[in-house]
Design a binder for this molecule. Structure first.
Ligand code: NAD
Length: 464
């Protein structure tokens, strides 16, 4: 199957914007800068396509299975392009492609069914599930394909059609994915639009959109919710996190150190549910700091396309500036960079893997969404309270050898997902929902499917 390359779309004579390779800091491609007014026709076509797409669940499931096969087959085209624009090591881009295919397969097999309601009256009541119509998805730059599929797989399986907007920082692999999916899906069932703001704002507030599902930062999530309020569209928001890892007294530091390190540094720390703070008992503090610093010093940092690279660059210049600012503020406030803490010489958006110790607890590197610090605690209550003390509530983890005790501590975390002895692993079948400012609504598993459906209830009085 010939796969059109992204960049200048054939026949599109409009404006384009540059896409930068974060490993060099230089533009290498461009994408169409679609304008907000184009959305009227696009949403109109998505509405037309919905009539056919919603009608036949068996045909839908067949198309989604074919789509999964097409995505896997296109891995050798998708993965390098994703690495080029996002920065992550190639193996991680292949993992995103695989996850996208797996998610399509998972939702292809889910059936919302119908549920009877019995309350003792002579009425036969039944819930049947109906699709919503054209829906919108807006996603960030850290996991472009994986997060897009977390939106479109359940939405399409439910019988909705979708207009999907990737981040302008990473539009290319998603455009290519759309052309791959076009071989398996009817026209206009999934449309990818690319462009700079206010394209996303207009999409979120478009009167023809019935559900806006957004992943990104908290301030933009608020703006999206305000926009969707105009048409009272349903809103699902997956926002930031500041996950804490609490190490217990009985933790085997050397045994868990690799897992803990990668839970913080995978994707260069640009994971909503990465470990962003480590709380270690005062007695183990130096040992934990040393174990993490040792790994930070030896990890292979480089361009994602270079074989052997374990950690790529930060994705974009503003994010790099944010990392630098948080680190500088912490150092100025008395923290110690055990390793890293600076940009290496040379091109690209690289930042040396950094472990900060002796960080004041009110430092932005602790209170905001960022990676790096290890913090000591004197009592477990103090650690749990600190873990729960921010406005975030995405995830958290507890690490120790007594699993029951660790689970009892995890039970006290105020967040959507808690892990024991690992972190940030999600099953396709689980609900994923942040609390507090980390999110609104539920994605994942059957809950993600129902989040894309509306209940339609039929009451039948059992007498004529
Ligand atoms: P962002 O909020 O800046 O952008 C996200 C998306 O919104 C992009 O596509 C962007 O173009 C678009 N956008 C920008 N302004 C808009 C507006 N006014 N209206 C509508 N759309 C608009 O986020 P980011 O910097 O791209 O991504 C990083 C953030 O995403 C981090 O906070 C991270 O924690 C979060 N995130 C959360 C999850 C989760 O599942 N909870 C997963 C991944 C990332």
């Amino acid at each position: 199957m010939p796969i059109p390359q992204p960049g200048r779309a054939p026949g599109n004579c409009g404006e384009h914007f540059a896409v930068v390779d974060p490993a060099t800091g230089e533009a290498f491609e461009e994408a169409p800068d679609q304008q907000p007014q184009e959305l009227d026709a696009i949403v109109g076509r998505a509405h037309q396509a919905w009539r056919g797409w919603r009608a036949d669940p068996v045909a839908r499931a067949t198309a989604l299975r074919a789509a999964a096969d097409a995505v896997l087959a296109a891995g050798p085209d998708l993965a390098p392009l994703l690495t080029r624009e996002q920065g992550k090591p190639l193996a991680e881009s292949y993992a995103e492609v695989a996850r996208t295919a797996a998610r399509l397969r998972y939702f292809a097999e889910l059936d919302p069914g119908s549920q009877p309601i019995t309350d003792g009256r002579p009425v036969r009541s039944e819930i049947r599930w109906r699709s919503l119509g054209p829906v919108a998805a807006i996603v960030p730059w850290n996991f472009p394909l994986q997060l897009a599929s977390a939106k479109f797989a359940p939405a399409l399986a439910a019988g909705n059609t979708m207009v999907l907007k990737p981040s302008p920082l990473t539009p290319l692999a998603t455009r290519l994915l759309a052309s791959v999916l076009a071989s398996a899906l009817p026209a206009d069932v999934l449309t990818v639009v690319t462009g700079r703001e206010p394209l996303g704002a207009r999409l979120a507030s478009h009167p023809g959109i019935r559900h806006v599902t957004f992943t990104g930062s908290i301030p933009t999530g608020r703006a999206v919710a305000r926009g969707a309020a105009a048409s009272l569209a349903r809103v699902t928001l997956e926002l930031g996190g500041n996950d804490a890892a609490i190490l217990l007294e009985d933790v085997a530091v050397e045994r868990i150190a690799d897992r803990l390190f990668w839970a913080a540094f995978r994707n260069c720390g640009q994971v909503c549910m990465a470990v962003k703070r480590v709380y270690a008992p005062a007695r183990l503090y130096s040992q934990v700091v040393e174990a993490l610093a040792e790994r930070a010093k030896t990890v292979v940092v480089g361009a994602g396309l270079d074989p052997g690279t374990q950690l790529g660059p930060v994705n974009n210049a503003p994010q790099l500036a944010r990392v630098e600012r948080c680190t500088a503020q912490a150092l100025a406030a008395g923290a110690r960079a055990v390793t890293g803490g600076h940009r290496p010489a040379g091109p690209g958006y690289f930042f040396a893997p950094t472990i900060l110790a002796d960080v004041p607890p009110d430092s932005p590197v602790v209170t905001e969404e960022q990676f790096g610090p290890v913090l000591p605690y004197r009592s477990l209550d103090e650690a749990v309270e600190a873990a729960n003390s921010t406005g975030f509530g995405l995830g958290g983890s507890v690490w120790g050898t007594d699993l029951d005790r660790a689970e009892a501590v995890a039970d006290r975390l105020e967040c959507g997902t808690a892990w024991i002895n690992h972190h940030a692993e999600l099953s396709l079948a689980q609900p994923f929902a942040g609390i507090k400012e980390s999110g609104v609504g539920v994605a994942g598993g059957p809950w993600g499917l129902y989040g894309n459906l509306r209940p339609f209830v039929v009451h039948r009085l059992e007498e004529a």
